[in-house]
Design a protein around this ligand. Structure first.
Ligand code: BGC
Length: 438
């Protein structure tokens, strides 16, 4: 069944469609000894925070081995490489030199650099509960843009402010490990403000082609019962619309604006600063029902929380090694839903992350996952959604946050003892797909 699906020819994407892969600094760079610490260094040093007790001090050592990674990208034949610039590294003497070298190496290999300016590794002295962090971010962005702006193809202000708020500040399973529940909402607002200020800082530095990478997925009500529908709507508001409405239409969803700090109306004008494209990270849909006095389980931890919804299992679907359901058609649903909701306020879309964790180098399940999702993406394009690119998460097996090295999302296997990189079956499959697209 899988074989048959995979051998059907992949439909052709429009000319100029951008194919890429994504990574982030903290998850691959290592070389923690030659940068300032981030909240993730503090968090991983605390016992019990990361499942396998590991840290990202070495990770894939891409700081020293970036030439190997660039050669892998060139061999794969991607148009673009999305990586993040570590703010604590930029704050260290000579830190930007590394990104200068990386960007040069990418350009020399014919791979366009796509830079994420914040992917969760906040310098330890800073805190998203403080409004001032947004201005500090804009200053940092100006420094990076001045140095790299002549060669960077696209800029991404933030990666997944939703997860950084929810997992890092509401539930405490990611750095900085706070369990503020709904008191974490200012963290969302300050990140969104930082996004808007960063767009302005980039434009002031002469940089263009700017977007954000927000995580989104369809929310399915557990049943037609009013209490399940209401719970699903609330979940959708909190995880999806809270982050897309302000950016795309300059408004918070109903009832949220009054919970945010500061002069929210004035801030929304900054947050809605026009962008050139909208990035979506998609992994899976979520089925949501009425509250059941739930226990939240994450990263091997489980604790009781009072939430106005419960996440339910999506039955009859294969799951990845992470336990995430594999539902490719939900990507079509997500994209057509976005186009319907935002109409001409939605700029062109890029899928800035999509991928799955599976063990093994002969990773046929990853091939099936990617094949299904790329076809689902094509159906959205056929339905008229203006999608301009697709990035696989991730180039390499890497440090998967609270899961440590237990989850393997790479097209390339990393041996974390020897740091040797071995392309998986999915790497060869994607290379051939890209060749056929050209
Ligand atoms: C993040 C990545 C992460 C991936 C898989 C996204 O939420 O942006 O950093 O590794 O999902 O969990």
């Amino acid at each position: 069944m899988i074989r048959r699906m995979v051998t059907n020819p992949m439909p052709q994407f429009p000319a100029g469609f951008l194919w890429g892969v994504s990574t982030s600094a903290h998850q691959i760079e290592g070389a923690a000894d030659v940068r300032e610490p981030s909240v993730w260094d503090v968090f991983t040093a605390e016992p019990g925070r990361v499942k396998d007790g590991s840290t990202a001090a070495v990770a894939c050592d891409s700081y020293h081995r970036y030439h190997e990674d660039v050669a892998l990208l060139a061999g794969l034949g991607v148009d673009a490489y999305r990586f993040s610039v570590s703010w604590p590294r930029v704050d260290s003497p000579g830190g930007l030199d590394f990104y200068d070298r990386l960007v040069d190496a990418l350009c020399a290999a014919g791979v366009r650099p796509v830079v994420t300016l914040f992917h969760w590794d906040l310098p330890v002295a800073l805190d998203w509960l403080e409004r001032d962090t947004a201005s500090r971010f804009a200053d940092h962005v100006s420094v990076v843009a001045e140095r790299l702006g002549d060669r960077v193809a696209k800029w991404i202000t933030l990666n997944e402010p939703a997860e950084h708020t929810l997992l890092g500040h509401a539930l405490g399973v990611h750095a900085p490990g706070r369990r503020l529940m709904f008191d974490a909402l200012p963290v969302a607002h300050h990140q969104l403000l930082a996004h808007g200020l960063a767009v302005r800082a980039l434009r002031a530095a002469g940089a263009g082609d700017i977007g954000i990478a927000n995580s989104h997925g369809p929310t399915w009500a557990a049943s037609e019962k009013p209490e399940d529908r209401e719970a699903a709507e609330f979940y959708d508001l909190l995880l999806n619309r809270l982050f897309s409405d302000p950016v795309l239409i300059g408004r918070y969803p109903e009832g949220i604006g009054e919970l945010m700090p500061g002069d929210v109306e004035a801030d929304l004008k900054v947050i809605a600063e026009p962008i050139d494209w909208y990035g979506i990270n998609y992994y899976a849909p979520t089925r949501v029902g009425a509250p059941q006095g739930a226990e939240i389980e994450f990263g091997g931890l489980s604790f009781p929380v009072e939430l106005p919804f419960t996440v339910r299992e999506i039955e009859d679907r294969p799951v990845t090694d992470f336990g995430w359901p594999v539902v490719p058609e939900a990507l079509t649903e997500l994209l057509t839903g976005f186009a319907g909701r935002y109409g001409d306020r939605l700029p062109p879309v890029l899928i800035t992350e999509n991928g799955c964790s599976y063990e093994g180098v002969d990773d046929q399940e990853r091939i099936a996952y990617l094949d299904g999702h790329i076809r689902a993406l094509h159906r959205a394009v056929e339905a008229g959604v203006d999608v301009r690119g697709y990035f696989v998460w991730s180039l390499l097996d890497n440090f998967e946050w609270a899961e440590g090295y237990a989850r393997r999302f790479g097209l390339v296997h990393t041996d974390f003892e020897t740091l040797e990189r071995t392309p998986k079956a999915s790497y060869t499959w994607l290379r051939d797909l890209l060749r056929a697209q050209r």
